[in-house]
Each structure stands twice: as structure tokens, then as C-alpha cells.
Design a protein around this ligand. Structure first.
Ligand code: HEC
Length: 276
């Protein structure tokens, strides 16, 4: 019952048919249907470009910049971090599944034993701690940011593949969904107010991106050199509507990332990208 109600105040608001059997997959389909009905000429595959999907001129500029990305030295640094053995002598590749290749699209996942969502950064930190190092701080550009900017390139082209299986995983997903649709802050905006209802619309001077496609291309380099992680972006967007956010790495933002990532299932990963 609880889930059905959240479905109604959440995606049901989009004007689609009321779906009493709300499930992550029907949520995703309903959201895609909302966008493609509103913008029939834009392919869902192009949503990985965010707001650029709605602006051909900016997309052309982006393509030119991406031919010689201005942030390559950061990727080089990240590669060194990735290859440097931890205190135990093991590397990240030794302790992550599949040597860390083609796995980024499986994160976040719900860890049944731990009873919580595990992001890629959590998995990297678990590997660090198990091998005698201290955990890095989520959102820190010089550590998690630089390392994942390189590490995620090892998953380029993998399709996002988030799984929500079992009642506890569904609870975490629903919690993230609630955060996404809850209006808050002095301006009383939710993530959905901007990234669903106003996707493709200019708000102040900025063209707003759709939520589908949001999670496949992190971190981003804003202005070419300012590294921003996904959850740092959440905190920034919360701030823009004068809403105090939980910090990067908190259960609340991890659950938000879990829901948000599910929406991009089936879209290809691409790290890292330029953003304005
Ligand atoms: C007042 C409107 C507004 C609200 C509310 C808002 N955002 Fe944003 N968001 C923006 C704008 C503007 C940008 C920059 C342009 C763009 O890429 O959409 C942005 C960018 C983003 C991006 C980066 C997109 C990319 O491809 O680089 C993500 C991810 C994001 N927002 C997620 C969220 C989430 C999650 C929430 C809720 C916690 C949220 N936003 C709330 C306006 C908003």
C-alpha cells in the first residue's frame, strides 16, 4: 500500500495512468513515455547528453571540446592512483569484481547482507579499508573524484544495469524516489519540478536536462577543469533551491542515486564528460 501511494504522489503526478502495481520498471517506462510524448523528435539515447540533447549548437561545441578533452591530465593522475598498490600490496583491480572493468553500470546496488545501498565510491572505500588504507571522503575531487574519473572510463560503453530485487532493496529505491519527488526548500521545488516537468525548458538562463540519462557520465568537468561528482551535483541542486542537503555519501543521497540511476537503465556509460 505504502509503495502504491508513493507511486501516486510521485510519477502519478505526471498525468499518466494511475499504476497501482508501481514497480521500478513501470516508473522508468512511465517517465520515458512522459519525455517522448512531450519531445517526440528527441531519441532517448540522446538523453545521455543531458541538456545538450535539446540544443544542437551547444552539442556541436561539446563534440569539438570532447575531441581534445581539457581534463586529460586529471585522468592520467587517476590512472596512477588506480594502478598504485594499496598498503597490503593489492590493487583496486584485485579487489573489485572483474578487475574493475565494465562494472560501473552495476552501481549503486543493494547489498542484502549490509542492508543498504552501495555506490561505486563505497565499493572503492571498502577495498581501501580491507587493504590497510583509510576511506576517502565522497565528493572529494582530489581523491574519489580523480580516481573514479579514470576508473569509470574502464566501463565506457557498458549499459546501465541497476537491479532492485527484494523488499529491502525496494524500500531503498522508494526512499530515493521520495527524495526526488519531494518539494522542499524556500522555493518549494523538487528534483522533478526541474528535471521532469521543466526538462528541455529554459529556467533563468539555463536549459534543463532530463533525469533519464543523468547518471551515466560522472564525474563531469564543468568549464573544462572543475571536477564535480554526481552527489556533489545533488548537493548543488538542493542549494540552488535553498534546501539544505544531506551530505555526499549519506544514506539519503545513496538511495537517491539508486533510484536516479535505475531511470538510466539500458543507456551506455561514458566517463568523463565536459559540461558548462
Ligand atoms: C531549480 C531547478 C532545479 C532543481 C530543483 C534541481 N536541479 Fe538539477 N540542475 C538544474 C540546472 C539548471 C542544471 C544545469 C543544467 C542541466 O544540466 O540540467 C542541473 C544539473 C543537474 C545535473 C547534471 C546534469 C548533467 O548532465 O551534467 C544533475 C545530475 C541534477 N541536476 C540532478 C538533480 C537532482 C537529483 C535534484 C534534486 C535533488 C535536482 N537536480 C534539483 C536545475 C535544478
Amino acid at each position: 500500500m505504502k509503495k502504491a501511494i508513493l507511486g501516486l504522489i510521485g510519477l502519478g503526478l505526471l498525468g499518466g495512468a494511475v499504476n497501482v502495481m508501481a514497480s521500478p520498471e513501470s516508473d522508468r517506462q512511465e517517465m520515458i513515455k512522459y519525455y517522448t510524448t512531450k519531445y517526440p523528435n528527441i531519441k532517448i539515447d540522446d538523453y545521455v547528453y543531458g541538456a545538450l540533447a535539446f540544443d544542437a549548437d551547444s552539442k556541436a561545441q561539446y563534440d569539438a571540446i570532447m575531441e581534445f578533452p581539457p581534463y586529460e591530465s586529471v585522468l592520467e593522475k587517476g590512472k596512477k592512483m588506480w594502478e598504485t598498490p594499496l598498503k597490503s600490496g593489492k590493487t583496486y583491480a584485485d579487489c573489485l569484481p572483474n578487475g574493475g572493468k565494465n562494472i560501473a553500470g552495476n552501481y549503486p546496488y543493494f547489498d542484502e547482507k549490509a542492508g543498504k545501498v552501495v555506490t561505486l565510491i563505497d565499493a572503492i572505500n571498502a577495498c581501501r579499508v580491507a587493504n590497510g588504507e583509510q576511506a576517502y571522503k565522497p565528493g572529494d575531487k582530489a581523491t574519489t573524484g580523480t580516481l573514479t574519473a579514470y576508473m569509470r572510463t574502464l566501463s565506457d560503453g557498458m549499459l546501465m544495469n541497476i537491479k532492485v530485487e527484494g523488499p529491502k532493496a525496494l524500500d531503498a529505491y522508494e526512499d530515493g524516489k521520495k527524495t526526488f519527488f519531494s518539494r522542499a526548500g524556500q522555493l518549494n521545488f523538487s528534483c522533478a519540478t526541474c528535471h521532469v516537468q521543466n526538462a528541455g525548458v529554459r529556467l533563468r538562463s539555463e536549459l534543463i536536462s532530463p533525469a533519464v540519462g543523468h547518471t551515466v557520465h560522472w564525474p563531469v568537468f564543468r568549464g573544462g577543469d572543475n571536477l564535480v561528482e554526481l552527489q556533489t551535483r545533488y548537493v548543488g541542486c538542493f542549494k540552488s533551491v535553498r534546501h539544505i542537503s544531506a551530505p555526499a555519501g549519506s544514506e539519503k543521497l545513496n538511495n537517491l542515486e539508486y533510484f536516479h540511476s535505475y531511470l538510466s537503465n539500458g543507456l551506455p556509460m561514458k566517463a568523463s564528460v565536459f559540461r558548462k
